[in-house]
Design a protein around this ligand. Structure first.
Ligand code: C5P
Length: 244
C-alpha cells in the first residue's frame, strides 16, 4: 500500500490518503493536548500505545457485531481505517461522575450513576466543544433523529462491552468519548480511537484518588508517571486479550 498525501492533522493523529480512496492511514502521535489545546505536551510512546490499545478494542468490538472504521494495524503506531465522514459530535458515556459532569452539576467525583449517561457535545474547537441538547443537535442538523437514536444505542452497547472488558483488566471504566462517521454507503461506523486519551480509567483495587488514575487525567492534572500509566493499561489489555 503506498501512502499519498497528508489529508488532515489533528491533535493526536495524522491521516494520510492511500492508493485506495476508501482507505486512510492514521498515524498516532505522541503529542498530548488538554483543555482545548491550552495545555500542550508529549507523552513518550503514547502513539504506539494508544494505537495498540485502540486496535485491540476495535477488533473485540467488531467481534461483538459493532461496525468500526478499523481495518488493521500495519505498524505499532499506524492504523489502516475505512474512510468516513466524521460527524461533528463527541459522544460521551458516563458510568461514574467525574470531570465536567462533576464540575457542572456538583455531583461528587466517584458518584456511581444509576444508569449510564449519554451526552452529545458539538465537536468545534472555536466554540470549545459545547454540550448539546437533542433539540439543538437537530436544529443544527448535525445528525438526523434516526442517527441520534442509533448512535445513542450503539454508545450504550459499546459501554456494556467496554465496562466488562476493562473490568477483566482490573480497571473501572468511569467515562469515555466516542466519535462516529458515515462511510460511502451512509452507514454509521465507530471511528477515531478508544484509549487512555479518551477514557477515564481507574485502577479497580486502588482507592487513593490520585494513584488510581490510569488515563490522560495524569497529564491534565500533572499527577506524574503518565507514561507508566499508559504502559500499564496496554500490558493489561494485552494480557486480557491473550487470556481469552
Ligand atoms: O471532560 P469531560 O468530563 O467532559 O470528559 C468526559 C470523557 O470524554 C473523558 O473520558 C475524556 O477523556 C473524554 N474526552 C475526550 N475528548 C474531548 C473531551 C472529552 O476524549 N475532547
Amino acid at each position: 500500500m503506498s501512502v499519498h498525501s497528508k489529508l488532515y492533522e489533528g491533535k493526536a493523529k495524522i491521516l494520510y490518503t492511500t492508493d485506495n480512496p476508501e482507505i486512510l492511514l492514521a498515524d498516532f502521535k505522541d503529542d498530548a493536548t488538554a483543555f482545548n489545546a491550552q495545555k500542550r505536551g508529549s507523552i513518550i510512546g503514547k502513539g504506539k500505545i494508544n494505537c495498540s490499545i485502540a486496535s485491540q478494542l476495535f477488533k473485540q468490538l467488531e467481534a461483538q457485531g459493532i461496525k468500526t472504521h478499523f481495518i488493521d494495524s500495519p505498524s505499532p503506531n499506524q492504523m489502516r481505517v475505512k474512510a468516513v465522514k466524521i460527524l461533528p459530535l463527541e459522544v460521551v458515556v458516563r458510568n461514574i461522575a467525574a470531570g465536567s459532569l462533576s464540575q457542572q452539576t456538583g455531583l461528587p467525583v466517584g458518584t456511581v450513576l444509576k444508569q449510564p449517561l449519554v451526552e452529545f457535545y458539538y465537536k468545534n474547537d472555536q466554540l470549545g466543544d459545547p454540550l448539546l441538547t437533542r433539540d439543538r443537535l437537530l436544529l443544527m442538523e448535525l445528525a438526523t433523529e434516526e442517527q441520534v437514536d442509533l448512535i445513542k444505542n450503539l454508545a450504550l452497547q459499546i459501554n456494556e462491552f467496554l465496562r466488562s472488558f476493562w473490568q477483566q483488566c482490573g480497571i473501572t471504566l468511569v467515562d469515555f468519548k466516542l466519535e462516529f462517521g458515515l462511510d460511502s454507503q451512509q452507514q454509521i461506523l465507530l471511528a477515531d480511537e478508544i484509549s487512555p486519551d479518551t477514557c477515564r480509567l481507574w485502577d479497580t483495587t486502588e482507592t487513593d484518588p490520585n494513584r488510581r488514575v490510569l488515563d490522560k487525567d495524569r497529564f491534565r492534572r500533572d499527577l506524574g508517571n503518565v507514561e507508566d500509566a499508559y504502559q500499564e493499561v496496554l500490558q493489561r489489555v494485552l494480557q486480557t486479550v491473550d487470556s481469552k
